[in-house]
Design a protein around this ligand. Sequence first.
Ligand code: HEC
Length: 153
Amino acid sequence: MRILQVALLVSWLVIGGLVYLFFFKGSVAEGSDGRTAIVLTQGERDFVLTEMRGFLNAVQQIIEGLDEKDMKKVKEAAHEVGMANMAEVPGSLMRKLPMGFKQMGHPTHAAFDELAAEAADMGERDKIINQLATLMQNCVACHNSYRLEVGKE
Ligand code: HEC
C-alpha cells in the first residue's frame, strides 16, 4: 500500500505546484536592478501603466482638493481609482501578476474608496491627509519590489 501513499503524496505535490504556478507565482523574472520583473505583453504593460497614471492623477487631484477645501473634488478623484475600476483587469493579465503584487494593488484601490468615503462623510482634512500618506506607502513598497517588462508573445 506504500506505493499508493507515495502516489497520493506526489499528486498532492503536483496539484500544489500547479496552484502555486497559476495563482501565486505569476509571470516573473529577475530584474536587472534587483527588483522582480513582471513579464507582460506590450498591451498589458500599457494597461498597467495607464492605471498607474490614473493613480498619480488621483493623488494630485486629492491634494489640490484638500488645498482648495473642495471635498467633492477629493471624493471624485479618489473614487476614480477605487475598487470599481479593478474589475476591468482582464483575467489573462490577472494570472500574470504575482500574489505579492496583487496583495499591494488590491488594498490600494480599497484605500482610495475609504478616502472617498471620508471625503463624502465628515470630510476631515487631517484624517484624509493621514489616509493618503498611509495608502501611498503601497505605491512606494510596490515600486521598490516590482518592475514591468515586455516579453515575447
Ligand atoms: C501593486 C504594485 C503597485 C502599486 C500599489 C502602485 N504601483 Fe505604480 N507602478 C508599479 C509598477 C510595477 C510600475 C512600473 C515600474 C517599472 O517598470 O519600473 C509602476 C509605474 C508607475 C508610474 C509610471 C507610469 C508610466 O506611464 O510610466 C506611475 C506614475 C505610478 N506607478 C504611480 C503610482 C502611484 C501614485 C501609486 C499609488 C497611489 C502606485 N503607482 C501604486 C506598481 C505599483
